[in-house]
Design a protein around this ligand. Structure first.
Ligand code: TRP
Length: 337
């Protein structure tokens, strides 16, 4: 069975962008792969080092979002990155194999640093070693558990590419030790915000969270961008430039009827939005019910995280034996057998 390694930073609630971009895939794939999902607290600290509470507080929230979304602890191991010291060790070895110039060229870290000028300066001159280097630790996350497949959103592709480069370099220098992991993109690797923005993102304030209540969803959907040429309720409109239709499509809600009625001017936007809000609420309902169950059973969540972490750690220990052997660091191992 092939192995999936993937995860997210615990910095806030998960939204529909996460769900369609990668979570849905992970939920579907967990039955056919050995699945490890990490809560990347170490990586979250690279830009929240001065606010560790924010990170630790969100570890449990992220676990709840995973369980709510349908990650099934019977099929997947959910684990905490900082509890796998082998990953930190491997990160150090990997850091010799990637140039600083190459790290500066990673478009995702570059973009994120620009978003954080308050921390890293206007031109990124104050960027830290830890932040610039987090793709190296991400490479260690994936390879320390012998990952084959990494289901992620589009923004993570540069990191997987960098992981593959590090693996090739490692194998070249120390002998064949790792396989090159592959990214797995969903058919909707990035979904638009209700405001029509290309990306759903916390910083753009255009998210529908998996845990949003019916009222919150309705309020957000009511502000969604529609065809600006449609002024009156019975004006015909173009659904292809309407975010309400885009979301109907995303959750597969009566798409043909909606499209036809909208084009003919037989569908008012307010009613269409209400219908979408109801459909989204129903879509999220099973997730919210699962979330509620686990919120009421915190001990179970803790057990799940402990078990997942133990499973990940024993795997990482095995892989690191191989790494130390390749790197000739296996000092006290019995060399005769
Ligand atoms: N970079 C990912 C994010 O920002 C989190 C992450 C850390 C990750 N290590 C990983 C994803 C390994 C996939 C594989 O959400």
């Amino acid at each position: 069975m092939k192995t999936i390694i993937t995860g997210d930073r615990p910095t806030g609630k998960l939204h529909l962008g996460h769900y369609f971009g990668s979570l849905k895939n992970r939920v579907e794939m967990q039955h056919d792969y050995d699945t490890y999902i990490l809560i990347a607290d170490v990586q979250a600290l690279t830009d929240n080092f001065d606010n560790p509470e924010k990170v630790t507080k969100n570890v449990r929230e992220l676990a709840l979002d995973y369980l709510a979304a349908g990650i099934d602890p019977k099929h997947s191991h959910i684990y905490i990155q900082s509890l796998i010291p082998e990953v930190a060790e491997l990160t150090v070895y990997f850091s010799n194999l990637v140039s600083v110039a190459r790290l500066y060229r990673n478009p995702t870290t570059k973009f994120e640093a620009q978003q954080k000028q308050d921390k890293f300066g206007e031109k990124g001159e104050g960027i830290t070693y830890g932040f610039l280097g987090y793709p190296v630790s991400q490479a260690a996350d994936i390879t320390a558990l012998d990952g084959d497949i990494v289901p992620v959103g589009e923004d993570q592709l540069p990191h997987i590419e960098q992981t593959r480069e590090i693996v090739r370099r490692f194998n070249n220098v120390y002998g064949n030790t790792f396989k090159e992991p592959e990214a797995y993109l969903s058919t909707t690797p990035r979904i638009k915000g209700l405001d029509g923005n290309e990306k759903m993102s916390k910083s753009l304030n255009n998210c529908i969270y998996l845990s949003d209540s019916e009222e919150e969803i309705l309020k957000k959907v009511m502000s969604a961008v529609t065809d600006p040429n449609k002024i009156k309720k019975d004006d015909p409109a173009n659904p292809d430039i309407c975010m309400v239709y885009y979301y109907h499509k995303l959750i597969n809600n009566n798409v043909d009827t909606i499209c036809r009625e909208c084009k003919k001017g037989e569908r008012g936007c307010v009613a269409c939005k209400r219908e979408l809000a109801t459909a989204l609420t129903n879509y999220l309902k099973p997730m919210q019910e699962r979330r509620h169950y686990y919120e009421e059973h915190p001990d179970e969540v803790e057990e799940i995280l402990k078990d997942g972490t133990n499973a990940a750690r024993s795997r990482a220990k095995e892989v690191m034996k191989r790494v130390r052997k390749s790197m000739k660091l296996d000092y006290f191992e019995n060399k005769d057998n």
